[in-house]
Write a protein that binds this ligand. Structure first.
Ligand code: NAD
Length: 508
C-alpha cells in the first residue's frame, strides 16, 4: 500500500483501474517541493492486460467509417476546450509551468486533434484508372491495430495528444504510457475521450516506469510505438522496438541554436531569446539554449542587452499571474541544472548571470532556479555539447555566417534552429544549408503548425517519419495496394482470356 492518500491509477477499458503491482512513484508539487500524490507503476502483467483489452476493442472501432470516428474527435476537442482551465491548473500543479503556459501546452495538442478530425480526407488513397489493359490500381490506408505512445514530462498534454489523436482517428487502439512525473492530465484526457464517445478500450493509459515501457516494447500485439524523451532512452526504445518488428519513431533531446546576424533588430531578438530561452524554465525541447551572434560587435551589444533582462526575470509560483516561469519539475532536475552551471564556470565560460545567486519569488523548498547567462562558450565545453534542459542560455561567438551555420550543423543534436536577420538571402541560405530538422526565420521556437510535421534530425530523432501532419497518418496506417482486373465473362464473345503467361506482367 502507498502511504500517500492520493494514488493516481491507470485508465484501462474505459475506467480508472487501481494498480496491483504495489510499486509507486512520487508526484511532487514542484512549487513547494512536497510530495502531493503517488502514481501506480504498472507491472508487465497489467500492461499486457491493457494491450489485450485494446486488441479486443480495436476491430469494431476500425470498422466505423472515418467520418464517424472524426465526429468523436470533434466532440473530444470541444470537451478539452470546455475543461481548459481545469486541465491547465492540473498540469501546472504537477509540472510547474505557469498556468498560461500550461494552456499553450494543451492548445498545441488540441490543434493536432483538430487536424485529426480531417481523417476522412487524410485517409483517401490513390487511384490509377486503366494502368494496364483493363487494369486499375488503387491504394488504401488501413490502421495497424494496437499502437503505443511513451511520452515525456515536459509537455504532458501536447505530446500525448500529438500521438493519440491521429492514431485513434486512423482506427487504431492506443496505449499511452505518460511520464510518471506528471501523469494526471493524460488520465483526464482519456476520460474526456470516453465522454466524447470513444469506445472503452480504444484509449488506455498505463502509468509506469521501465517495466511498463519494456512490456510495451516486447509486445507482439503492439505494431508501432511513438516515443518522445531524452536521447539515450529514444535510442534504446528504437532498438528494442525493432526486435519485435515494430515501427518506431523516437524523438530525443536537443540543443537549439539561435543565430543573430549584425542586421537583426536587437530589441526583437532579446525579447525572442528571453522567451525562448527561459520560458517554462527552459524545459522545452525547442527552447533556445545557444545563441550565436555573428561578429564581436553584435555579441557585445547582445550580451549587454540580455544581462539586465535575465536579472529581471520573475521566477515565481506557477499560479502567480506575473511569473515569467516557475519551478523545475523535480529536485533532481534542479540539482542537474545547478551542477551544469558549476561545470560551465569550471570549464572557463563567463557567467554573466549565475542563476544560483538569483532572486526567486516562489516558496522555499520549491525546485526553482533563476536564469543563467553564459558568454564565451566554446564547442569543446560540456555546457555546449550536452542538453542542460533548464533556464541557462549560452552565448557562442563567431565571426562569419559560415561559422554560424557550422555550429548547429556539426552539433550531435539537430532539433530546431533559428536565425534573426533582415536579409532574405541570408535567411534563405541558412535555412537551406543548416543540418537540423526545423528552422525558424525570425521565429525563435519554430514548432510547426499541426498540419505540417514536427521532427528533429541526428540524435534528436530516430525513425523516418515525423510527428503530426501528414506523416502521422502515414505512421499510424499501412498502405495496401490493389491491382484489379475484371475480365469479361467467359461466355462473352469478346472475352480476353488467353491462356497462362509465364512472363512477369508488365505495362507493355
Ligand atoms: P525521459 O527520457 O526521462 O522520459 C521519457 C519517457 O521515457 C517517460 O515516459 C519515462 O517514463 C520513460 N523512461 C525513462 N527512463 C526509461 C528507461 N530507462 N527505460 C524505459 N523507459 C524510460 O525524458 P523526460 O525527462 O521525461 O523529458 C525530457 C526530455 O525529452 C529532454 O531530453 C527533451 O529534449 C526531450 N523532448 C524531446 C522532444 C522532441 O520532440 N524531440 C519533445 C519534448 C521533450
Amino acid at each position: 500500500m502507498s502511504s500517500i492518500s492520493t494514488v493516481i491509477p491507470h485508465f484501462v477499458g474505459g475506467t480508472r483501474v487501481e494498480g496491483t503491482s504495489e510499486r509507486f512513484s512520487d508526484v511532487f508539487d514542484p512549487s513547494t517541493g512536497q510530495v502531493q500524490a503517488q502514481v501506480a507503476l504498472a507491472s508487465k502483467a497489467e500492461v499486457d492486460a491493457a494491450i489485450a483489452d485494446a486488441a479486443k476493442a480495436q476491430p469494431a472501432w476500425a470498422a466505423r467509417n472515418p467520418q464517424k470516428r472524426a465526429r468523436v474527435l470533434n466532440r473530444f476537442v470541444g470537451l478539452i476546450n470546455e475543461h481548459m482551465q481545469e486541465l491547465a491548473e492540473l498540469l501546472s500543479s504537477e509540472h510547474g509551468k505557469t498556468v498560461p503556459d500550461a494552456k499553450g501546452d494543451i492548445q498545441r495538442g488540441l490543434e493536432v486533434a483538430e487536424f485529426a478530425t480531417g481523417v476522412p480526407h487524410l485517409l483517401k488513397g490513390e487511384f490509377s484508372d486503366a494502368a494496364g489493359t483493363g487494369i486499375d490500381v488503387f491504394s488504401m490506408r488501413q490502421p495497424l491495430g494496437v499502437v503505443a505512445g511513451i511520452t515525456p514530462f515536459n509537455f504532458p498534454a501536447m505530446i500525448p495528444l500529438w500521438k493519440l489523436a491521429p492514431a485513434i482517428a486512423c482506427g487504431n487502439a492506443f496505449i499511452l504510457k505518460p511520464s510518471e512525473r506528471d501523469p494526471s492530465v493524460p488520465l483526464r484526457l482519456a476520460e474526456l475521450a470516453l465522454e466524447a464517445g470513444l469506445p472503452a478500450g480504444i484509449l488506455n493509459v498505463v502509468n509506469g516506469d521501465k517495466e511498463a515501457v519494456d512490456a510495451i516494447l516486447d509486445s507482439e500485439t503492439i505494431k508501432a510505438v511513438g516515443f518522445v524523451g531524452s536521447t539515450p532512452i529514444a535510442q534504446y526504445i528504437y532498438e528494442r522496438a525493432a526486435q519485435t518488428g515494430k515501427r518506431a519513431q523516437c524523438f530525443g533531446g536537443a540543443k537549439n541554436h539561435a543565430i543573430v546576424m549584425p542586421d537583426a533588430d536587437m530589441d526583437d531578438v532579446v525579447d525572442a531569446l528571453i522567451g525562448a530561452g527561459y520560458g517554462s524554465a527552459g524545459e522545452r525541447c525547442m527552447a533556445i539554449s545557444v545563441v550565436v551572434p555573428v561578429g564581436q560587435e553584435t555579441a557585445d551589444r547582445l550580451v549587454a542587452a540580455l544581462k539586465p533582462r535575465v536579472e529581471a526575470l520573475k521566477i515565481s509560483s506557477p499560479t502567480d499571474p506575473d511569473a515569467d516561469y516557475g519551478p523545475l519539475v523535480t529536485a533532481d532536475a534542479k540539482k542537474r541544472v545547478e551542477n551544469y552551471i558549476q561545470i560551465g564556470i569550471d570549464e572557463g565560460a563567463t557567467a554573466v548571470v549565475d542563476g544560483r545567486q538569483g532572486r526567486v519569488a516562489g516558496e522555499d523548498g520549491g525546485f526553482y532556479v533563476a536564469g543563467t547567462l553564459f558568454d564565451h562558450v566554446t564547442r569543446d565545453m560540456r555546457i555546449y555539447g550536452e542538453e542542460i534542459f533548464g533556464p541557462v542560455l549560452s552565448v557562442s561567438r563567431v565571426d562569419t555566417l559560415d561559422e554560424a551555420i557550422a555550429l548547429p550543423s556539426e552539433h550531435d543534436y539537430g532539433n530546431g534552429v533559428a536565425i534573426f536577420t533582415r536579409d532574405g538571402h541570408t535567411a534563405r541560405e541558412f535555412a537551406r544549408r543548416v543540418d537540423t530538422g526545423m528552422v525558424g526565420v525570425n521565429v525563435p521556437i519554430p514548432v510547426p503548425i499541426a498540419y505540417h510535421t514536427f521532427g528533429g534530425w541526428k540524435k534528436s530523432g530516430f525513425g523516418d517519419l515525423n510527428q503530426h501532419g501528414p506523416d502521422s497518418i502515414r505512421f499510424y496506417t499501412r498502405t495496401k495496394t490493389v491491382t484489379q482486373r475484371w475480365p469479361k465473362p467467359a461466355s462473352d464473345s469478346d472475352s480476353t482470356a488467353g491462356g497462362a503467361s509465364f512472363v512477369i506482367p508488365t505495362m507493355d
